[in-house]
Design a protein around this ligand. Structure first.
Ligand code: GSH
Length: 291
């Protein structure tokens, strides 16, 4: 209810009687489950990824490309595009592998029974454990790596769902939530900047799944790729984070990983579906549009 003075007073009981406005209003619902029957496509590789190239999505494609760069052929994958803006995540096949209807979701078909993996942190950990890569072997170091992986999973919703939503996507700009979440995101950047002041990577001198997961959000932010907020958040002052973000950005697997399932930006940087390493050369949108 809105009073005469224009103030909103919450009703006794919330009811879903309208869309809440802003970008993504059409896909937000207060109920879970599928909205339509649709099977998922399946390719020939051990891993089937159903995703879009968002910060959570690219965590997985970067990890798979990193594993392939180590020569691990068992990490070969088909990446299928789930257009979340069109509601593909509510198709019955997708909901079967992720009842939470969010990308990324992965199916491992190399085991006796296919294994579904959802939640990007869980997917990174699954792949790290399965191939024994990008995760420290020593128990103490592994624990520190998981500290930061879980930190990212718990912190990013403040950056995305909080700051990003109110700064970039909400139908109007409101000072209160923007201040609240800008403050928190700057605090998180400061945590990372201090952490990286005396080490090259997040949890050790090695590059791990903690780096992949944090880079996909906070690296993208300081490199000016998220929400057009570089100046607003004065990201260049977090010098250690910028140095670390640039170093990871230069990795070949990262350059490829961020192209997969990407549907925005320069067509030559978008690979909507990936089924083979040669797709990066022949199947980007600029090439497909010329056919
Ligand atoms: N905690 C989840 C979050 C996944 C998530 O929020 N995915 C977004 C895109 S980045 C999504 O699928 N949104 C579609 C929707 O909310 O309907 C993860 O890290 O996997």
């Amino acid at each position: 209810m809105v009073t005469k003075s224009g103030k909103y007073v919450p009703p006794k009981k919330w009811v879903w009687d309208k869309e809440n406005g802003g970008k993504f209003a059409n896909i937000n619902r207060p109920i879970s489950g599928s909205t339509h029957i649709k099977d998922l496509p399946v390719g020939e590789h051990p891993f089937q990824l159903y995703s879009q190239g968002t910060p959570n999505g690219v965590k997985v494609t970067i990890m798979l490309e990193e594993l392939l760069d180590l020569g691990i052929q068992e990490a070969e994958y088909d990446a299928w595009l789930i257009r979340i803006g069109n509601g593909d995540q509510f198709g019955s096949g997708f909901v079967e592998i992720n009842p939470n209807s969010k990308i990324p979701s992965l199916l491992d078909r190399s085991e006796k029974q296919p294994i579904r993996i959802f939640e990007s942190g869980s997917i990174l950990l699954y792949l790290a454990d399965k191939f024994n890569k990008f995760i420290p072997k020593k128990f103490e170091n592994r624990t520190e790596c998981l500290n930061w992986l879980f930190w990212q999973m718990a912190s990013a919703p403040y950056l995305g769902g909080g700051f990003g939503h109110f700064y970039a996507y909400a139908p109007e700009k409101y000072e209160y939530p923007i201040d609240r979440f800008a403050m928190e995101v700057k605090r998180q950047l400061d945590v990372l900047d201090k952490l990286l002041s005396d080490k090259n990577f997040i949890c050790s001198e090695e590059y791990t799944i903690a780096d992949i997961s944090i880079w996909s959000w906070y690296g993208a932010l300081v490199l000016g790729r998220l929400y057009d907020a570089e100046e607003f958040l004065d990201v260049k002052t977090y010098k250690n984070v910028v140095r670390w973000a640039k170093e990871i950005n230069a990795r070949q697997a990262v350059k490829r990983g961020i192209m997969v399932n990407k549907i925005k930006g320069n067509p030559s940087s978008q690979l909507h579906e990936r089924h083979s390493s040669s797709d990066f050369i022949h199947k980007t949108q600029d090439k497909l549009e010329k056919l």
